[in-house]
Write a protein that binds this ligand. Structure first.
Ligand code: BTN
Length: 253
């Protein structure tokens, strides 16, 4: 089977892989051009953020996009916002309850406040003179969701009582990715930041912020101009968080 994607994107379909990020990296190293999507039916070593395992049984969506970058490396992490927006809009397009689908910093997609999708961005640059490479891995709970995750999860099937196949979902996702990626390339992060904020779940809510070495409470008030979480502290001061997790007060973890 081949899937038709909007140019310049193209797709390689695999059955069971270790991780679609690894397959995309391997194909890129062997000369596959930028714009490659790898879509797999299952993964034996799916990776999540913070070194977590991403349970990857058949029926859910596991894909990775390989891009060669012209932009400077410090901007590449903004692609996780570009991609999260694309996933959010693609799910909204096929859902009868689009307003239930929102975004949680840094790059989770939620359905009814529960996690339905996550992203893992990995990048490398061999030398200053060579173009850098970014691999964006996307996992979406289309058919089922883990019940032992340290946060609440759901699936598209559970929320809508109907199934969508990963191979039917990919062209929809690529169409939305193409839109937001072009916006980012032409206008920079500002347009993406506004679109992301428009879909934000936790905005103006009290949250717990978990960093690697500390945890504190504050109010999530938006995104900084480089994609950090802006947290208003109880004394009115503002902190910008570049890496970590935020949870509504009372949620697990
Ligand atoms: C997260 O922890 O929220 C990120 C999960 C990312 C999972 C996807 S599934 C496709 C790609 N391959 C992987 O090994 N991980 C990503």
């Amino acid at each position: 089977m081949t899937l038709k994607l909007v140019a310049p994107y193209y797709c390689v379909l695999r059955d069971d892989v270790t991780s679609t990020n690894d397959v995309a990296k391997e194909l890129a190293a062997n000369g596959s051009p930028s714009g490659l999507w790898v879509l797999a039916n299952s993964q034996s070593q799916g990776r999540g953020r913070r070194g977590r395992l991403w349970v990857s049984d058949r029926g859910n969506f596991f894909a990775s996009l390989y891009l060669q970058m012209d932009e400077k490396p410090e901007d590449w992490s903004q692609l996780s916002f570009v991609t999260a927006l694309a996933v959010c809009e693609a799910l909204r397009e096929i859902s009868p309850n689009p307003n239930d689908i929102t975004l949680k910093w840094p790059n989770d997609v939620l359905y009814g406040g529960k996690k339905i999708a996550g992203l893992l961005l990995e990048s490398s640059q061999q030398s200053k003179t060579q173009k850098g490479e970014v691999i964006i891995g996307i996992g979406i709970n289309l058919a089922h969701s883990p019940d032992d995750a340290p946060y609440e999860t759901t699936s598209f099937l559970r929320e809508n009582s109907h199934i969508i196949l990963p191979s039917s979902f990919l062209p929809i996702l690529v169409k939305h990715f193409d839109h937001y990626f072009r916006l980012w390339r032409s206008e920079g992060f500002n347009g993406i930041r506004k679109a992301w904020i428009n879909r934000a779940f936790n905005l103006w809510k009290k949250v717990t912020v978990n960093l690697f070495d500390e945890s504190f409470e504050g109010v999530f008030i938006g995104l900084s101009d480089v994609g950090g979480a802006r947290i208003q502290m109880p004394d009115g001061a503002e902190r910008h968080i570049l890496a970590g997790d935020i949870f509504p007060i009372n949620e697990k973890e």
